[in-house]
Ligand binder design. Structure first.
Ligand SMILES: [Zn+2]
Length: 163
């Protein structure tokens, strides 16, 4: 729909590695919404595409974490779970390694002209980043590929789910 497909798209989530790592989750919000985000309270979200930076270092690594994000959340633990109730997960960029990269990635996305910082403090309760959530102003053509260039050469996989 929004041209998110990359040539190396791999639609099978079972192919995602169980290694620990860092990821950028791509979410599509179908319509503008007011959404309660835990302690951050009710916030306005414009319809469109969002990028969320996180890391997975628990059991099952990236595979388990991405599977969590793709399920409808039953309990709301992280800020992203609240947004996830209203938005579809349409892709992810992944990098393996136990090094904690998420804040470095959030800083890099912060300087990207194609992106706008979304809700202040989102996903950043345990760090001093402004936010770990970004709104994609213009989501046309090869979004994952373009975003992935920021993290070259550490990106090892990109996955898209259409529909
Ligand atoms: Zn951070």
């Amino acid at each position: 729909m929004l041209g998110l497909m990359a040539p190396d798209s791999q639609p099978n989530p079972d192919r995602i590695t169980t290694s620990p790592g860092t990821y950028v989750l791509v979410l599509t919000l179908g319509r503008s919404s007011r959404i309660k985000v835990g302690a951050l309270g009710r916030r306005s979200f414009a319809a469109g595409v969002y990028l969320y930076v996180g890391s997975a270092r628990g059991p099952g690594g990236l595979r388990a974490r991405i599977a969590h994000h793709r399920r409808d959340p039953r309990s709301l633990h992280w800020h992203i779970d609240y947004l996830r109730r209203h938005a579809r997960v349409t892709g992810v960029l992944l990098a393996t390694g136990s090094k904690k990269r998420e804040c470095d990635w959030a800083r890099r996305l912060h300087g990207n002209d194609d992106l706008a910082s979304a809700v202040a403090g989102f996903g950043a309760s345990d760090c001093d980043c402004g936010t770990h959530l970004f709104f994609v102003a213009e989501a046309g053509g090869r979004l994952l590929e373009r975003i992935g260039r920021h993290f070259h050469p550490v990106i090892v996989q990109s996955v898209c789910w259409s529909g």
